[in-house]
Design a protein around this ligand. Sequence first.
Ligand code: Z5A
Length: 206
Amino acid sequence: MKGIFISFEGIEGAGKTIQSKLLCEYLLKKGYKVILTEEPGGTRIGLKIRELLLSVENKGMTPVTELLLYNASRAQHIKEVILPALKRGFVVITDRFVDSTVAYQGYGRGIDLSLIYSIEKVVTGGVKPDITILFDIDAEIGLKRNRGIKKSDRLELEDVGFHKRVRSGYLEIVSKEPERIKLIDASEGIEEIHSKIVSIVMDFIN
Ligand code: Z5A
């Protein structure tokens, strides 16, 4: 049996981490085999790349270096984790995937989208989420939620204008692929959002 590939997307502080864990627990209780993973990261090499990407020491990183590093982490993630799990019939939930690159490096940094899509083709070999849950929230609210709970990483040092561009980018991506990407109002309560996600995922599975 082929597995199911689900990605969670959105600007920071939108609630992806909490909700991906809740969905994972829900599906495990229902008896599904589930892997919860994330980008950048998900593998030993990916975690090293994650450190490079998020360290505030690397403020001088160029947008193209950033683009290639996110993709390098993804190539490893797909080969080592995502594809083998899908082949074994797992539900794979990833906190971020290709849409993050389009939103952050494309709409946020201004890198040509056609370059991003060409690299995507090589890196993913066509692997694409069956369902993407996009958490939409005002950029100021997302940033405020995160402030004080964890140390800042390199992308969080960007001004609010950057995060607003990323949010608009995500909304453009949804408008192009409304079948795959389901928009969630991330300003609602945690339980309410969880129920909506469960209903989206179970509708897809059944
Ligand atoms: N990035 C990129 O540029 N290009 C790429 O291709 C990829 C990634 C793959 C990864 O950072 C960074 O890499 C990210 C995008 C970039 N940078 N930014 N900015 P990360 O993995 O460390 O962080 P993140 O993905 O942005 O996650 P986050 O900041 O931890 O946000 P979150 O996972 O969406 O939120 P959360 O941790 O579940 O919740 C945040 C807080 O809000 C927490 O205190 C919760 O209790 C609270 N919360 C959550 N939901 C609610 C609701 N519904 N109501 C009230 N409060 C809530």
